[in-house]
Design a protein around this ligand. Structure first.
Ligand code: ATP
Ligand code: MG
Length: 561
């Protein structure tokens, strides 16, 4: 999508090329993105979405969106809705192939009956604790359940009664009958069904037994005729079990391919951890712009094309690695630099009175909409006698190398005039206003005598300015790896300064015409977007990312190593 360059031949694409060459799936390529609706999607999921939908698109194949909704205790319809919205927003389309694992519950049950009849599955009375105890360890074999050797008829009867609701939660389970001393712990008689008297968001109260993830997942892919079942590395050890189930059932086999999950510095990615931050009030909901959720990034102003470009550029591999948050920001900045219109806004205003500028005069100054895109043309910005500039663009006693405004110094007000500061006005020792003059010969910002000034400031005309609240964000955690700190809860490392709210910002009038989620650059300050909290009375803006690109520096350091 979008960026045009041919996708790299990573190991997954090489495998698919090979399958196509040998005609393994008759040249078909059919992938799927299978989220569990137990939380909102994050940027790790974006990687998986771009990979699955991207591959289908490249090979002229199909990609399904399938909800892996086998656990009614944790899943909710609101998550289904949010996930659908997020995948669409990222720019992908599953046509009419929106599926739910719960659509297949009947068929899964039929498959289970088949295994029971073949003596390959049995109903067990052991408690969850006992099952785990009997499982053994990586170095010691497990122990067989005393209930393992019942007849198929007896097991079938018990399974039917489990389904009919005769037993309480946890009283019985259905297990595959494989090998309690198998080297791979996943093969030690794994549980296939557990009893849960819970209402399911799709099937209501029809079922009181629910399939485990491991029993369900391979079946879902098989039922949908998925050719390449792409998943993260932790499922590598589960592949033999999925294969065992499908072999015993004589069912269609997708090819599972594992890749390393995305990790990002200074944040956490698991839905369970994100839920903790949301529920314990560390952030303001799943779409808090500090979170790496797709809805958080949308609200922060990250363009979907930039997220897709990031996912493409990090590539896929078989070994775990962590991507610097700065690289994500670099991709965002790169995209916005080309696309975002420019405006002026002052975050921490300092009033400037231009004493020799007429009281009632207003001039329309002409500024570029986007210097990267000259065809976009110019915009008009009103200029008058009283303006706001950034508080830290003035110093009363400037140190060496501070070239901005100071008493007696001349600077440029962008595309307006050269302005000289006469003196600051103080109240209780604090500078509250600057008395300045303009050189009337310099309208547009340049002196006819060619004299130079060392800095150019942004400004907003006071009578025309719109008030705005601006929210500035910093990284959500103070350490690069909040989950990897021994014996310390990750929430200990939540950055207390990750949100700063500035309530008296002054912005150029045209910003008031923007809609929620519109993106733009405030000259010299960074990229911003309109927050959906904005109302007619109150404009609320988010800073998406700063202008300064720290990624280049990090890259240099890494190359030096
Ligand atoms: P989480 O631990 O964040 O809840 P999950 O793997 O349990 O993640 P699922 O809803 O089961 O979440 O994931 C849907 C798909 O997204 C799976 O195929 C999974 O492998 C993939 N996925 C999840 N997290 C990442 C990640 N960090 N990087 C790449 N792919 C991921
Ligand atoms: Mg999961």
């Amino acid at each position: 999508m979008g960026s045009g360059e041919p996708p790299a031949r990573d190991f997954i694409r090489q495998m698919i090329d090979e399958d196509n060459r040998t005609g393994k799936h008759e040249g078909r390529v059919h992938t799927r993105f299978p989220p569990e609706p137990n939380g909102y999607l994050h940027i790790g999921h974006a990687k998986s979405i771009c990979l699955n939908f991207g591959i289908a698109e490249e090979y002229g194949g199909l990609c399904n969106l399938r909800f892996d909704d086998t656990n009614p205790m944790k899943e909710e319809d609101k998550y289904v809705k949010a996930i659908i919205e997020d995948v669409k927003w990222l720019g992908f389309d599953w046509g009419d192939r929106l599926y739910f694992a719960s659509d297949y519950f009947d068929q899964m049950y039929e498959y289970a009956v088949q295994l029971v009849k073949d003596g390959k599955a049995y109903v067990d009375d052991l408690s969850a604790e006992k099952i785990s105890e009997y499982r053994g360890t990586l170095t010691t074999p497990g122990k067989e359940s005393p209930h393992r050797d019942k007849s198929a008829e007896e097991n079938l009867d018990l399974l039917e009664r489990m389904k009919a609701g005769e037993f309480a939660d946890g009283e019985k389970v259905l297990r595959a009958r494989i090998d309690m001393s198998h080297r791979n712990m996943n093969m030690r008689d794994p549980v296939m069904y557990r009893i849960l008297h819970a209402t399911h968001h799709n099937t209501g109260d029809k079922w009181c037994i629910y399939p485990t993830y491991d029993w369900a997942h391979g079946l879902e892919d098989s039922i949908e005729g998925i050719t390449h079942s792409i998943c993260t590395l932790e499922f590598e050890d589960h592949r033999p079990l999925y294969d065992w189930y499908l072999d015993e059932l004589g069912a269609y086999h997708p090819q599972q391919i594992e890749f390393a999950r995305l990790n990002l510095t200074h944040t956490v990615m698991s839905k369970r951890k994100l839920l903790e931050l949301v529920e314990d009030g560390y952030v303001n909901g799943w779409d808090d712009p500090r979170l790496p959720t797709i809805s958080g990034m949308r609200r922060r102003g990250y363009p979907p094309a930039a997220i897709r470009s990031f996912c493409k550029r990090i590539g896929v591999a078989k070994v775990h690695s962590t991507v610097d948050f700065e690289f994500l920001e670099h991709c965002i900045r790169e995209d916005l630099n080309m696309t975002a219109p420019r405006f002026m806004g002052v975050l921490r205003p300092l009033k400037v009175v231009l004493e020799n500028y007429p009281e009632d005069k207003v001039e329309e100054m002409e500024l570029m909409r986007n210097p990267e895109e000259p065809e976009a043309g110019t915009r008009k910005v009103p200029f008058s006698r009283v303006a706001y500039i950034e508080r830290d663009d003035f110093m009363e006693n400037p140190p060496k190398k501070f070239y901005r405004l100071a008493p007696g110094r001349e600077v440029r007000f962008r595309n307006a005039y050269l302005v000289t500061c006469k003196e600051p006005v103080k109240e209780n020792g604090e500078v509250v206003e600057l008395r300045c003059t303009v050189d009337p010969e310099t309208c547009g910002g340049d002196a006819p005598d060619g004299r130079k000034v060392r800095s150019t400031l942004h400004w907003v005309s006071a009578v025309h300015a719109i008030d705005a609240e601006v929210r500035l964000y910093d990284r959500p955690f103070t350490v690069p790896d909040p989950l990897g700190q021994k014996d310390t809860d990750f929430k200990t490392f939540v950055n207390p300064d990750s949100l700063e709210v500035l309530r008296s910002c002054k912005v150029e009038p045209a910003v008031g015409n923007l809609e929620p989620f519109d993106l733009f650059q405030f000259e010299r300050l960074g990229y911003f977007c309109v927050d959906p909290d904005s109302t007619k009375q109150k404009l609320v803006l988010n800073r998406t990312v700063q202008l300064r690109d720290t990624w280049a520096k990090i890259q240099k350091r890494q190359q030096a190593k």
